[in-house]
Write a protein that binds this ligand. Sequence first.
Ligand code: ADP
Ligand code: MG
Length: 348
Amino acid sequence: MIPAAKMDDLAAAYVEALRKFVADPSEENLARGYELGRRALGGGQALIEWAALHEAAQADLALGPTDGERFSRAGTFFRESLAAFEMTQRGYVEANRWLERLNHQLRDEVTEKQRVAARLEEANRDLESFSYSVAHDLRAPVRRIEGFADMLIDDHRQGMTDEAVATAARIKAAALRMSELIDGLISLARTSRSELTIGTVDLAARARAIIAALRDSSPERTVTVDIAEPLQAKGDARLLGAVLDNLLGNAWKFTGKQPNARIEMGVDRTKTPSVYFVRDNGSGFNPAQAHRLFGVFQRLHTEEAFPGTGIGLATVERIIRRHGGRVWAEGAVGHGATFFFTVEPEPT
Ligand SMILES: Nc1ncnc2c1ncn2[C@@H]1O[C@H](COP(=O)(O)OP(=O)(O)O)[C@@H](O)[C@H]1O
Ligand SMILES: [Mg+2]
């Protein structure tokens, strides 16, 4: 709203301009109407009040319908002053239409995205429970293969050649390996099924405990370990523990042939969200194959060089994804590897 004094000025200017235009309907005098209209609008003047002001100005100049030509000029002047209001009004309408269109578009996109996400989640759930039950169903027959291979070796040894015994032993080893893979699949499915319990997790304490257990398991190795302190993260303690189990376990394993093994764990808090990392100076991997790292049963090293099932990083990826974070790796053959992860979504 225009302050009263300013409004009075505006009203006086309007009367003056209107008087001039009525006397001399030139373009220049008409332009004054538009300019005053704009000033009124800029000051927050409402249309209805502007109309009242025009009426008062007409009264001031003692202009009535009986004044013919002069009265109609006053009308022209008023309409000119309204042009500013009109254009703004049109702008509002356009902007509103545009906003509405944008909103519609957004709503469509969002619902489409939600639909796709829901379908994807459903498909994933189906796939997960499928692999869970398949894995369970496979367990029994694989155990029986193992058992029968045992029977051959133990109970029928007499009637068998050495070669036959060796073959039976190979069958047993393959069945054992399959059992391991099945157990891996089941534990992977479990990670995706359990509920998240979010809290503050002391990653450093957890990492120290894991490293202590690894040292116990291979006391012959000397590995330098550097864990940043403090190292906390918001997340599910059990699941983040499993992430560290896998990443530190891998770092430990893939530095197995490195005489000066070194493992480092820390966080880069200058990034948003914070980026945690586990670095080692072990065998590394071919970066061109990095996209395979997190796939189920995908391994970039042979079983002979470094034993394993290829389930660990797939588990890590699922846990991190469930936290809304991201996991990725950098490495080079013979130059170690660094695994990075976040536990929060990226800012949008
Ligand atoms: N720290 C590491 N250094 C080099 N390669 C690694 C490292 N961690 C994982 N990898 C590669 O990723 C593959 C998948 O890892 P993972 O799923 O933990 O399976 P696993 O440990 O059973 O081999 C590994 O077989 C290895 O080729
Ligand atoms: Mg592993």
